[in-house]
Design a protein around this ligand. Structure first.
Ligand code: F0G
Length: 467
């Protein structure tokens, strides 16, 4: 290529206005939301990086596919198109559509996991953890060494720790009904897992007759990193790499709200006939008939197109670059972030930035709230609020205090990212004035979604008249 600039590989056909607010309006909105960004009205947010899940822009082809959606209860051709796409990409025999990823997790956990079991994962996403723990099993995180140190620069920081996996399987394989690998490792910083690691984990699992499942939400982004970073894959297509990943595994759960490029949807895919039979019955009981699984026919069509579009090289190159572009700017400005930048998000290292706030005064939560207050940016805490509550009801600091800035797919452009960098650099410059918070009300499980907070002291940002 003669020119270096990586452009958004699309033009814009429909636009949505975003609304500017004043700092005072945002302060009021934050107070009304009990300082919980999940409780803000989306209309009060300027740039919404709460999640990359279900927030992407669909293509003209996907909208066209939606018109073709066939809403037959049973045997819909839309299901066949969806099924063919998923089976082409993954190679799995049984494809069960679900309304989103956590439904696939719940069905798999209900059919395969028992009280007293252990389910290892490189790092469980919060719903996966909750679904495993709801059966009475232990959700065991086995991140590779260095994964929880934001300053360690490694190509595959999402890898599962093979030595610890080996130990669990050797000592307790009768208690391990399945092993998960999450690609990319969302809770660990959006970091990829290498094919060598997936393959070695699969060999370990299979030598103990334990199936390996991929939590495949961001499989295409993971495949792109393998193509870029793992020796021997530079000339492979993203689809070819993705297929090699799936070929190592016995099944997958998928939130298609991420790399399905759709606003809703998911699936459970697996090879084991007997387990698939039980999962299908559970699907019928809780989601819907196996040819729609809780989705409209038009959503199955959007997924059938999106799952192919996501493997396009120009798209993946732009996708990875737009996240790294923000990461590079922040690193250049001395803002501590999880390194290297992840596939779907930049993660700010709040423990390093706000080292005056102890973990159980929630530095990452405070940083996330401040980004909203100062710049109208919504992000999500991945720290001691999300992961600090143990099943027995005691609090302990999470391994990291991160603020995730997750990029919706095909939604924001480079000038949005320039604005983000400006706001974050400003917040970094006033970091010493940011205060911690306390929780005033929270449920025991998945508390980050609905907890109420108040700043410790008079204001979230001291000394500027918040009070
Ligand atoms: N697994 C991972 C790795 C995820 O990131 C998510 C969702 C799920 C499972 C559950 O999928 O939302 O479709 O039920 N992650 C979103 C996020 C919510 O913001 O990271 P779901």
């Amino acid at each position: 290529m003669k020119f270096d600039t990586i452009i958004e590989p699309f033009r814009i056909k429909a636009v949505e206005p975003i609304r500017r607010t004043t700092r005072n309006q945002r302060l009021q909105a934050l107070q009304q939301a009990q300082f919980n960004p999940f409780l803000l009205d989306a209309e009060d947010v300027l740039i919404d990086l709460l999640t990359d899940s279900g927030t992407g822009a669909m293509s003209a082809e996907q909208w066209a596919g939606m018109m073709r959606g066939d809403e037959s209860y049973a045997g819909s051709p839309s299901f066949r198109r969806f099924e063919r796409t998923v089976s082409d990409i993954t190679g799995f025999r049984h494809i069960l559509p679900t309304h989103q990823g956590r439904a696939a997790e719940r069905i798999l956990a209900a059919c395969a996991v028992d009280d007293g079991d252990i389910v290892p994962n490189n790092t469980h996403f919060d719903t996966t953890r909750a679904n495993v723990e709801a059966t009475g099993a232990e959700a065991l995180d086995l991140p590779a060494e260095g994964a929880t140190d934001p300053t360690v620069e490694r190509p595959f920081k999402g890898n599962i720790d093979l030595n610890r996996l080996d130990r669990v399987l050797t000592e307790d394989s009768h208690r391990v009904p399945l092993v998960f690998i999450t690609v990319t490792n969302n809770s660990g910083g959006g970091q990829p897992v290498s094919l060598a690691n997936i393959r070695a984990a699969a060999e370990l699992c299979h030598s103990h007759d334990v199936p390996l499942f991929l939590d495949a939400c961001r499989f295409a982004e993971n495949a792109w990193f393998i193509k870029q970073r793992e020796q021997g894959y530079g000339n492979h297509s993203p689809a070819g790499v993705a297929r090699e990943m799936f070929d190592c595994a016995d099944g997958a759960t998928m939130s298609a709200k991420k790399d399905g490029l759709a606003n809703i949807g998911g699936f459970l895919a697996l090879n084991d006939d007997e387990l698939a039979h039980r999962c299908k019955n559970e699907l019928i009981r809780t989601e819907g008939f196996p040819t729609y699984g809780g989705l409209a026919g038009y959503s199955l069509e959007a997924l059938a197109v999106g799952l192919r579009e996501v493997l396009d090289e120009d798209y993946l190159r732009y996708r990875a670059r737009s996240v790294a572009y923000l990461g590079d700017k922040l690193i250049g400005a001395g803002v501590p972030i999880m390194r290297p930048p992840g596939g779907h998000a930049v993660y700010l290292d709040a423990a390093a930035m706000l080292d005056h706030i102890p973990p159980l005064e929630y530095p990452a939560w405070a940083l996330s709230a401040t980004l909203y207050l100062e710049g109208g940016i919504r992000s999500v805490e991945i720290g001691s609020v999300m992961f600090g509550m143990t099943p027995d009801g005691t609090e302990q600091p999470a391994p990291m205090e991160l603020v995730r800035l997750a990029f919706p797919r095909r939604v924001y452009t480079q000038s949005h990212v320039d604005y983000l960098a400006e706001v974050i650099e400003y917040v970094h410059s006033i970091r010493h004035r940011i205060r911690g918070l306390q929780i005033t009300d929270a449920p025991r499980v998945l508390r980050h979604f609905s907890a109420h907070f108040e700043p410790l002291g008079d204001a979230l940002v001291a000394g500027d008249g918040d009070e």
